[in-house]
Design a protein. Structure first.
Lengths: 541, 372
């Protein structure tokens, strides 16, 4: 249990206790968001026959849903679209349709900023459930587009971001582990949903299955219920409160609430509402912090990730077709993807644990760049794989690399911008990334069609990712050095406060600076670890 | 299954046949020519077969189909009035005369061959799918390395009847057949007896239609669509049957137009749409594809469920979700209450402490403020 009872002592993120329940909820939530659209593919053949439509029209359901869901987050957008879907992605009208629902991204962020994670996730879960239940009674393919594509897709989108955000609120020291565990939900859910969907389909047909799936999706509401609002979202607030008086609570403020002359007693539980109330009064800048674009770390992350996503999903999409192309039968090709999912499942929490270790955590950005480059190298080596054994080895390494990258995707962003601005950061990142995510697999598909050979697609993906990894590595090295320099300056300033200022004001300005940049920017090097702990209020003085 | 088209001499054969049909030339010639052609093709077969794996039947068999279609209308095919009692119609002079007189010869010609493994006691089988009248040549060949085996007796049989007119070449024994009727399909076997005994069987059959093993699940009042596909061969007609008790009743969609809709979506695909489903529609359905040489059926199962069936698990899961959410919220309220009590207690203690600190001096409080 977070020590909320320590009045006057604003605790840092609990890093445990209820946090693990939150991780469970996030596991479920993220798992559904990523795995559910893929799992629906089993029903498409039957729906196609039933409505007498072409395959492409049915695949739009999946495309719309993916676009709506991942448009929210933008991650893994085309992950499981088949090659035919990819061809369709080049269709102009579909591109427009896919690009349009990128709105969920910032919408999720705005809603979370305003209302907190819990209501958004519960609402998202309800939306999913309603979407699927109404899909069970659809009488035309167009209605399916709306019910399954838009409504359920939007519901899943509302699940995804708040889950990631609330992990940042509940964890700091163990955040990489928490992130790794939560992201592991995706492959686990996929492995569970695939046979479950098949079972439901065999016993209940597609309509009955949609009905039951709607009920299953309501478990997102349960996950949302677990997302207990926590009143300590911004670390800079806490360190200042070392006293025990209730008056100290008055000064527990975020950058927003600093000007707020709020009541003295601010119970932790009401904190989010108060901040929400504050945000309501502020301008749009408080919903979506556009000042992030001036943030060095954020920009580095953005550019690196935009580059990376150009080559991230195409290999997964084309792995099975490539296997079939070199003569492997369908079931073995599908088994390759299963191997990938299983290795992915194990890799994510493991990466989380590794990333949390004291050697890696301070340099987590390097680890992230390394995993991207590793991923790229796998792709570059794939054309050398001959036969089924070679592809199995490739699938194992790819699963490993994929899991590593995914586990740290959000962790590194949190590390760069801090939990306070993470909400807005994630919303902004998704809008920016959506273009490359949309482009990635179609470019790969074009390469395959042009050259008639899959190896160019793998080379392209590998090259892009190695480039992205290297870029991130170099830029983060630069970033870390700049941060170290800034930290030194700050320390110097702290030791020599200007005489005109009172000590109090000096602290406040220092406080403001740290708030702006986020304490996570300071690498947890040994000499600064002590400082960081203070800043994050981990030390209970 | 005609696997490989050699296309080595189709043009030549086409030309030959065209000349023949136009000139009504000597019947012996085509026989000889055919024979020569088949011989030479057999030779090329030999060449093609070098290096093939002996153990598996598939690669051992090379087939070539030469399509010779003259201007006869599609429905015409070889009508010989041939006496069926003589099994395995072979190419006699008279028959061919008849054939050329009718100048209908749009039958396809296929050759199938099984390469016999030199091992005694083996039986190799091959399934051949025919959908229309075909002239077919089946041959059993022994690999060159076994040609040392002497005193080989080869018998061709159709069912129990022995066939004559075996075309023997150096290493292969073949028969030529003309299949135009369902009754001529079946199993043709060649047996090699000598020092070793080997057996090879060709199963001539109509194309198979696949239904669906898994039942199609649908609901009362809903529509069900059942699909049958023919792979590779175009049927002349599709018929749907439903099982009534133990009988198969043909479905007449013009009679019951608001219940059944049969739609031939493409040449090889047929759809049966059943509207307004009721419990009685539950059961087994058959789709029958009619080919020239016979009919073939595919089986489909339809299951009609009432809406209550999925509703039960649905409600169960929804109830579970509500219970879980309630439990979570109750636990939260409970733990908050606990914290509040603890907080109140602590507050009380802290207030006491403050009071004592205040009594010690202002300095302490200012320190606290400064730290903030």
């Amino acid at each position: 249990m977070p020590p909320l009872a320590n009045a006057g002592q604003a605790p840092g993120p609990p890093d445990g206790g209820w946090g693990w329940a939150v991780v469970c909820g996030a596991f479920v939530s993220i798992g559904f968001a990523y795995a559910f659209p893929k799992g629906l593919a089993i029903f498409f053949k039957e729906i196609q026959d039933f409505f007498g439509t072409s395959y492409s029209e049915v695949a739009w359901v999946s495309s719309i849903m993916l676009a709506t869901t991942y448009g929210a987050d933008g991650k893994k957008r085309n992950q499981d679209l088949s090659i035919r879907d990819q061809a369709r992605c080049r269709h102009p009208s579909l591109k427009v349709l896919s690009a349009a629902p990128q709105l969920p991204g910032p919408i999720s962020s705005i809603l979370v900023n305003r209302y907190g994670s819990r209501p958004v996730v519960i609402f998202g879960g309800l939306l999913c459930g309603i979407g699927m239940v109404s899909a069970a009674f659809c009488t035309s393919i167009l209605q399916l587009y709306i019910c399954v594509g838009f409504i359920t897709g939007f519901g899943l989108a509302l699940n995804l971001q708040p889950s990631v955000i609330i992990i940042g609120k509940y964890f700091l020291k163990r955040r990489p582990i928490a992130n790794g565990l939560a992201m592991a939900g995706s492959p686990v859910m996929l492995c569970t949903l695939a046979p479950l969907n098949q079972f439901l389909f065999d016993n209940f047909g597609w309509r009955g299955s949609f009905l039951i799936l709607g009920a299953i999706l309501l478990h997102c509401c349960v996950a949302g219920a677990l997302f207990r609002p926590i009143g300590a979202p911004t670390p800079p607030v806490k360190p200042q409160v070392t006293g025990k008086g209730k008056d100290a609570l008055k000064e527990e403020v975020t950058e927003d609430a600093m000007e707020m002359g709020s009541p003295t007693k601010v119970p932790m539980e009401d904190k989010v509402e108060e901040e929400g109330g504050k945000a309501c009064c502020e301008k749009i800048n408080q919903y979506l912090d556009f000042s992030l674009f001036k943030h060095r770390g954020f920009l580095i992350y953005l550019i690196g990730n935009v580059l990376m996503f150009l080559g991230f999903f195409a290999p997964i999409v084309f792995l099975a077709p490539y296997a079939k192309h070199i003569g492997i039968d369908e079931y073995s090709a599908a088994f390759l993807l299963s191997i990938l999912a299983i290795v992915d499942m194990i890799a994510r929490p493991t990466t989380g644990i590794i990333a949390n270790s004291k050697w890696v955590r301070p340099q987590i950005q390097y680890f992230f760049s390394f995993s991207i480059a590793f991923n790229g190298t796998c792709h570059l080596l794939c054309p050398l794989a001959s036969g089924y054994t070679g592809l199995v080895i490739y699938a194992i390494f790819f699963g490993l690399a994929f899991g590593m990258v995914c586990a740290m995707l959000f962790e590194t962003l949190m590390d760069l911008v801090g939990a306070a601005r993470f909400t807005s950061a994630v919303g902004l990142v998704t809008i920016a990334e959506c273009c490359t995510i949309l482009l990635g697999p179609p470019i790969g598909g074009t390469l395959i069609d042009t050259f008639g050979d899959y190896k160019y697609m793998f080379i392209k993906c590998g090259a892009v990712m190695v480039l992205a990894g290297t870029f991130l590595f170099i830029m983060n090295y630069y970033n870390y050095r700049m941060l170290a320099k800034e930290e030194k300056e700050r320390k110097a300033k702290e030791e020599n406060p200007k005489p005109v200022r009172t000590e109090n004001e000096g602290r406040n300005s220092w406080n403001k600076e740290t708030t702006r940049d986020g304490p996570e920017l300071e690498p947890l090097s040994k000499e600064q670890e002590g400082l960081k702990e203070e800043v994050n209020g981990i030390n209970e003085v | 299954m005609p696997a490989a088209f050699s296309g080595k001499r189709p043009g030549l054969r086409l030309l030959l046949l065209l000349c023949l049909s136009l000139s009504g030339g000597s019947p012996a010639d085509p026989t000889v020519t055919t024979q020569d052609a088949s011989h030479s093709q057999a030779n090329s077969l030999t060449k093609m077969q070098t290096g093939l794996n002996v153990s598996s039947p598939e690669p051992m068999t090379t087939t070539r189909t030469v399509n010779r279609q003259t201007q006869g209308s599609p429905s015409d095919h070889l009508t010989f009035g041939h006496n069926v009692s003589v099994p395995g119609p072979d190419l006699t002079t008279q028959e061919f005369k008849q054939e050329t007189k009718e100048h209908v010869s749009n039958a396809t010609f296929v050759e199938y061959e099984i390469l016999l493994p030199g091992v005694s006691g083996t039986s190799t089988e091959k399934n051949i799918t025919l959908d229309r009248a075909t002239r077919i040549e089946l041959s059993c060949r022994l690999d060159n390395k076994y040609s040392h085996l002497k005193s080989l007796q080869v018998t061709w049989k159709w069912g129990n009847e022995t066939l004559r007119h075996i075309n023997k070449t150096e290493n292969s024994w073949g028969i030529q057949l003309r299949i135009w009727d369902n009754s001529q399909l079946g199993s043709y076997s060649c047996t090699l007896k000598g020092e070793e005994e080997m057996h090879a069987v060709f199963h001539l059959q109509v194309p198979k239609i696949e239904g669906k093993e898994k039942p199609i699940v649908s609901y009362e009042g809903d529509t069900a669509v059942m699909i049958c596909k023919s792979y590779g061969y175009t049927p002349t007609a599709w018929t749907w049957y439903m099982t009534n008790g133990s009988e198969q009743v043909a479905i007449n969609d013009s009679l019951l137009a608001d219940k059944y809709v049969i739609n031939r979506v493409s040449a090889n695909v047929t759809h049966l749409k059943i509207l307004k489903l009721t419990k009685e529609d539950d059961g087994i359905y058959w789709c029958e594809a009619g080919f020239e040489l016979g009919k073939s059926k595919g089986k489909l199962k339809l299951k009609v469920l009432s809406l209550m069936v999925p509703l039960k698990p649905f409600l169960a899961i929804v109830a579970e979700v509500i219970v879980l959410v309630t439990v979570v919220f109750l636990y939260e309220i409970y733990s908050k209450k606990k914290e509040k009590c603890a907080a109140d207690e602590k507050e009380f203690d802290q207030i006491e402490q403050l009071k004592s600190e205040e009594s010690n001096g202002l300095e302490n409080s200012s320190t606290r403020h400064r730290k903030i």
